[in-house]
Structure formats: C-alpha cells, structure tokens
Design a protein around this ligand. Structure first.
Ligand code: HEM
Length: 340
C-alpha cells in the first residue's frame, strides 16, 4: 500500500508547532553572537527543514480548501506567499545562492516576511481551529513525531553537506549565518543602522561624553578619550547577515567607571536617542572605540565614539555615543530588540 502521509488535522497542527518553533529559534538566531548560541541557529535550520518537509502535505490541505469559496481566501493566499518567501530567502541566505533580491538583503526580507507571517498564522489558526485530541499524545504519535524530527534533521545535515562539498558561498558563513564583509578593511565594512536612525553630523570639538556613576556626573572630551589606546580585536556581526573582524582601539568603559557600587546595569546612549542596557558584569569587556584599524571611525561607523561589545550582535554596538550611565535598573528591563 502506498504511504499516504498524515491527515489534514495532523498536518495543520504539526505545521503550527513547526512555525512557532521556527519563529522562536529564528529570533534566538539573530540574538546570538557568541559560539554558545550556535545550537539555536542549528535548531532553527532543523525546524525550518521540518516546515519544508510539511509543504507537500500542506499542499493537499490547501488544494482541498481552495475548492470552498471563502471571502478571506486572499488572506490565506498572502500567508502562503509570505511562508514561501520566508523559506526561499532563508535557504537562499544559508546556501549563499541568493543573498539579495532587487538590492534588498535576503536576510532582511527573510526576517520581515517571518514577522509579517506571525499575525497571519495566529489569525489562520483562530479562524480554522485544528483541535488537539487526547490520542495526539499516544505512543504512536510520539514515535511518528520522532521519525519526522529525524527526517528534518537528516535534511538539514544533507543540505549542510551539499553546501560544503559543492563549495557554495554558504560554506564560509559564520555560525550565526552571517557572511564576511570588510574584515581589517573598515572602508569596505558596511555601515548599517538598526532601524530608523540617520547618521548624525557631530562636531568633535563640541562633542562631550557624559559619564554618570549614578551619584556623580562628569563630561569627557574626545581628546580625553583618545589618550587611551586599549586595543581589542573583535567581530562585529550584524543582524542583517554580515560580519567583520577589526582591531578596535579606545577607552575601556571600566577605566571611566571603575566602581559599580550597587548598580545593576550600564545604559549606553546615542546622540540619535538610541540606547541599550548592559548587565554590569559586561563592564570589563566593553570598549569605547575611537579608532578602527588605526584610523578614526567614519561617520557611518559611529564617529566619534562607538561601543565595542565582543560576543554580542551588532545592535548592542551603540554608535555616536553621548552618555554612559550606571543605573539600578536591571539590564533585562528593555525590549529584547530595540524598537527604533
Ligand atoms: C517563522 C518562520 C520562519 C521560517 C519558516 C524560517 C525558515 C528558514 C529557513 C528555511 C532557513 C534556511 C535554513 C537552512 O537552509 O538550513 C532559515 C535561516 C535563517 N533564519 Fe529563518 N525562518 C523563520 C523565521 C525566522 C525569524 C523570525 C528569524 C529572525 C528574527 C530568522 C532568522 C534566520 C537566520 C539568521 C537564518 C540563517 C541561519 C544560517 O545561515 O545557518 N528566521 N530560516
């Protein structure tokens, strides 16, 4: 007898679980910057392959559904288009075969399509509830789920093997999925901005850094900061899918804030209004960089001062800093990703 695959209800439930896991691990993948986070990126690849495995079964469900006329059909079709876009841009980025579409970075399209997909998935599930049954927790279902997860993991390994054996561009990407761009050559390093900031024009003579330890505040000039020459080799890994290793130099944050007292976090603020909160335990690793590879930072790279936060993704590396401040607020009291 031919293998008929899972029924519509099981396919829908499995796809829902896979999409939610893909979303959660995808967010984890762009948050991870040190090698400890590698497993999240691998998990994302495996879960994404689970979605791919489910595509043919879901195709049958969709074909049946299209026979019924529904006025919300266009929303379901939009959902399908976004899901396919997410899958194709993900695979395009991972293999390196399609890294940009019409001048837009594939990874940005991937993330934007996935974010747009989420509310549609929620609507779709509420509109067509596939209710779990007690039998879904049976031993048989668990064995099937295990086989299914094994197939997805096998597909992920097969794809990774093809990428490295065929020498596809994806073979050279970092564990976060990012591609090298402009290492030790800051002029060719991209200068992306998190969401809606624009590069400010800063007069170095008038610029001041406000340093506050929670009880006292002082101002530091660029000349004061340039007197430090602490060097750090660190990798800037941008969430838009590129990374660059550089030799940064400047003032260690610890030199400006030697005593943390009862402070719980360090707020790093930019002239643009952008800010990020770090746990105080990070203080020993943070550098206020004034030069990169021996030359002053370019405006797009954060002139006059940007933060170097080794092991953290690019959105933590605040540019155009104008204030650092120890506070009693816990570091996690902020959105997981900056909102502007
Ligand atoms: C919700 C549905 C999502 C689906 C179906 C999906 C699907 C995929 C696929 C198919 C790949 C290629 C994996 C491979 O070929 O091994 C991929 C890679 C990737 N995705 Fe997603 N994704 C989703 C959401 C997200 C989100 C929300 C983010 C980030 C916020 C994200 C970030 C990434 C990253 C960083 C990679 C590259 C990983 C690498 O190169 O190893 N994804 N995704």
């Amino acid at each position: 007898m031919a293998f008929r695959g899972p029924g519509g209800r099981v396919t829908n439930l499995a796809l829902l679980v896979a999409l939610l896991l893909a979303f959660a691990t995808g967010v984890g993948a762009v948050a991870s910057g040190s090698s400890g986070g590698r497993w999240v990126v691998i998990a994302h690849g495996v879960v994404a392959m689970a979605v791919v495995v489910l595509v043919p079964w879901k195709g049958r469900v969709v074909r049946r559904g299209l026979r019924r006329a529904r006025h919300t059909r266009w929303l379901s079709l939009l959902l399908a288009v976004l899901a396919v876009t997410t899958l194709l841009t993900g695979i395009g980025s991972t293999t390196g075969l399609v890294r940009s579409v019409a001048g837009a970075l594939g990874m940005w399209i991937h993330i934007a399509a996935a974010l747009a997909l989420l509310p549609l998935v929620v609507w779709h599930v509420l509109a067509r509830r596939a209710r779990p049954r007690r039998a879904d927790l049976s031993r048989r279902t668990l064995i099937r789920a295990g086989l299914f997860a094994g197939t997805a993991a096998g597909l992920y390994l097969a794809q990774s093997a093809v990428v490295s054996v065929a020498g596809l561009p994806g073979a050279g990407r970092r564990f976060t999925g990012s591609y090298e761009a402009g290492s030790f050559d800051p002029d060719s390093m991209p200068s992306y901005i998190w969401l809606d900031d624009t590069t400010p024009t800063i007069d170095p003579q008038r610029w001041r850094l406000t340093v506050s330890d929670g009880s006292t505040t002082r101002e530091v000039t660029l000349r004061d900061l340039s007197a430090f020459d602490t060097r750090v080799r660190a990798t800037l890994d941008c969430t838009s899918g590129w990374y660059a290793e550089q030799d940064w130099a400047g003032a260690p944050v610890r030199a400006l804030l030697p005593h943390t007292g009862h402070a719980r976090s360090l707020l790093v603020h930019s002239t643009t209004g952008y800010w990020i909160r770090f746990p105080v335990r990070d203080l020993d690793h943070l550098l206020l960089a004034t030069t990169v590879n021996g030359t002053p930072l370019r405006p797009g790279h954060g002139f006059p001062v940007r933060l170097v936060a080794p092991g953290r993704r690019g959105f933590w590396w605040v540019k155009w800093i104008d204030r650092i401040e120890l506070t009693s607020t816990p570091w996690w009291w902020q959105p997981p990703f900056p909102l502007t």
